[in-house]
Design a protein around this ligand. Structure first.
Ligand code: DLL
Length: 426
C-alpha cells in the first residue's frame, strides 16, 4: 500500500478509535478529560500527540478487566502476564481481535517464507502467555501443518522434528539454541532435520545470535516482535533482507518518544516505542508506551513492502528482565523477600546463560536477629525461599544465603541485578 494511502487508513481508524474508547471506557474518558482533549480534537495523525500515554501500570491499576472496552460476553479469550506477585496484567480479545491477530501472525510467518506446505513446530509456551496460541493461530491461518508441542521436553522436540519433517520452528531464540546444542546428546545431526526457517522472538537477541542459530540449524532465522498488551506476537517481523522489522501499522500505529521528555524524536532516532492499537476491540490502547527501545525507518524495503520498519529491539528503558521468555521485574523478588520476612532485604540477583538457558541465582543476606548456626536450618530456609519465588514468579531461582553486610551497598541507585548473559553470547 502506498504510504499516503496507509496514512489515510490510519487517520480514519484513529478517529474512529478515539471516539469509541471515549464513549466506552471510563478510564480513557477520564484521562482525556484530564488532558483537556476531546475526540473532536483528533482530526489527523499528527494530533495523536495530544492524547495521553498508557503504561503497564494502568493495566495493573485496573486489574483485571478495567480497561476492557466491550461487555464480557463479547470477550472470547483472556491472556495475561506470567508473574503472580503484585498485580498481573490481563488482556481480552473479541472474536474479531482473534481474527486480526491470526492475520498479522500469518503475515509474519509469510515474511519468513512459510506457506501451506510447511510443518510448523510451535515451541512457545501455550497458556496465559500469548506466544503459543498466537503463533498457532497464525500458522493455521496460512494452512500450515501445526505441531502444538509447547515449550520444554527437548528430546521430544528433536524426535518430532525429525519424525514429522518439521520445516519451521517457532520458539524463543535462547530455546532454539538450546535445542540445537542438545542434538548431539540425543544422537541427532543437523541433516536429520528438514528445518528451513525459524521464527524467534519474545526476548531480545543479537545479530550474532542470529548467525549462530542459522549456522547450527542450517536455516534462515527471523525475528518476531510483539507484546501481550498490544496483541501478542505478530506486531512486527523481519523479511528475508533482515533489515529491521516490518510493523503491521494498519493495526498498530507506532511512534518513538524520548524516554525522559516523552516528546516525539526525529525520524531514525532511538527512543521508547509507543503503539496505538487502531483496530483492537477487547482492550484498545491509546499510545501504549512499551519501554522497548528502537528506531523507525520509513524508506522502502528491498522486499517491496512499504510498511514502516523498526530496528531490532536494543534494550528497555526500565529494569524489566526477560528470563527464558518470562518477564521479570527485580521488584517482584523484593516483594517476595519482604513478604516472607525471614531474611534482610539486601539481595543481588545474578543472571547467567548456561548451555544457552538462562539461570537465576539470588544471594540474600541473613537477618542479624535471625542468625542460625545449623546447616539444616540454613538449607531449609533457602529451600523455602526458592519455593516461594518459584510459585510467585514462575521461574526457578537458586538461593544462596550469605552473612549480614556482605552484599556491596551502593551509594547511588542500588544495583540489584548483575546480568552476565550479554558477555556470554556466542
Ligand atoms: O513476548 C509476545 C511474543 C511471543 C512475541 C512470542 C514474540 C514471540 P510479553 O510476554 O508481553 O509478550 O513480552 C513482551 O517481550 O515488550 C519486549 O520487551 C520483549 N520482546 C518480545 N519480542 C521481542 C523481540 C511476548 N523479537 C516483551 N525482540 C516486549 C526483543 C522482544 N524483545
Amino acid at each position: 500500500m502506498p504510504r499516503e494511502k496507509m496514512r489515510a487508513l490510519q487517520t480514519q481508524r484513529l478517529i474512529e478509535l478515539v471516539n469509541r474508547v471515549y464513549n466506552s471506557t471510563p478510564f480513557y474518558r477520564r484521562k482525556m478529560d484530564e488532558a483537556g482533549v476531546k475526540p473532536s480534537d483528533i482530526r489527523s495523525l499528527d494530533d495523536i500527540v495530544k492524547l495521553p500515554f498508557t503504561y503497564k501500570q494502568d493495566l495493573r491499576d485496573n486489574y483485571p478487566f478495567g480497561l476492557f472496552a466491550v461487555p464480557m460476553r463479547e470477550i472470547v479469550r483472556i491472556h495475561g502476564s506470567s508473574g503472580t506477585t503484585g498485580k498481573p496484567t490481563t488482556v481480552g480479545y473479541t472474536r474479531r481481535d482473534i481474527e486480526t491477530w491470526s492475520e498479522v501472525v500469518a503475515r509474519c510467518f509469510t515474511m519468513a517464507g512459510i506457506t501451506a506446505d510447511d510443518t510448523v513446530q510451535v515451541a512457545y509456551g501455550y497458556g496465559l502467555f500469548t506466544g503459543g496460541l498466537g503463533a498457532h493461530y497464525g500458522a493455521e491461518r496460512i494452512g500450515c501443518s501445526v505441531v502444538p508441542i509447547s515449550g520444554g521436553n527437548t528430546r521430544r522436540q528433536l524426535q518430532l522434528m525429525a519424525d514429522f519433517g518439521t520445516t519451521a520452528l517457532a520458539c524463543t531464540p535462547s530455546y532454539a539454541l538450546h535445542i540445537a546444542d542438545s542434538m548431539k546428546e540425543f544422537g541427532y545431526l543437523p541433516d536429520d532435520f528438514k528445518l528451513k526457517a525459524g521464527v524467534f522472538g519474545a526476548e531480545p537477541w543479537t545479530e550474532n545470535m542470529r548467525k549462530e542459530l542459522e549456522r547450527k540449524w542450517h536455516i534462515n532465522a527471523f525475528d518476531i516482535y510483539g507484546l501481550s498488551e498490544v496483541m501478542g506476537p505478530g506486531v512486527a517481523n523481519d523479511c528475508i533482507h533482515h533489515n529491521g522489522l516490518h510493523i503491521h501499522e494498519d493495526h498498530f500505529f507506532p511512534e518513538i518518544v524520548n524516554p525522559e521528555t516523552k516528546e516525539p524524536v526525529a525520524e531514525g532516532e532511538e527512543g521508547e516505542l509507543v503503539f496505538t492499537t487502531l483496530t483492537k476491540e477487547g482492550i484498545p490502547l491509546l499510545r501504549y508506551n512499551t519501554r522497548d527501545l528502537s528506531r523507525l525507518f520509513y524508506d522502502r524495503c528491498e522486499c517491496g513492502r512499504t510498511l514502516v520498519r523498526m530496528q531490532k529491539i536494543t534494550g528497555r528503558s526500565d529494569d524489566m528482565l526477560i528470563i527464558r521468555g518470562v518477564n521479570l521485574f527485580p521488584s517482584q523478588i523484593e516483594h517476595v523477600l519482604l513478604e516472607m520476612n525471614e531474611t534482610s532485604a539486601h539481595y543481588m540477583l545474578y543472571v547467567d546463560r548456561k548451555g544457552n538457558l538462562d539461570t537465576l541465582e539470588l544471594k540474600v543476606e541473613l537477618d542479624e536477629s535471625k542468625l542460625t548456626d545449623t546447616m539444616r536450618d540454613l538449607q531449609n530456609l533457602s529451600r523455602k525461599i526458592e519455593q516461594s519465588l518459584n510459585s510467585a514468579i514462575g521461574l526457578s531461582v537458586k538461593v544462596t544465603l550469605v552473612e549480614p553486610k556482605t552484599i556491596a551497598r551502593s551509594e547511588g541507585k542500588a544495583v540489584r541485578v548483575i546480568d552476565r548473559r550479554k558477555t556470554q553470547e556466542p
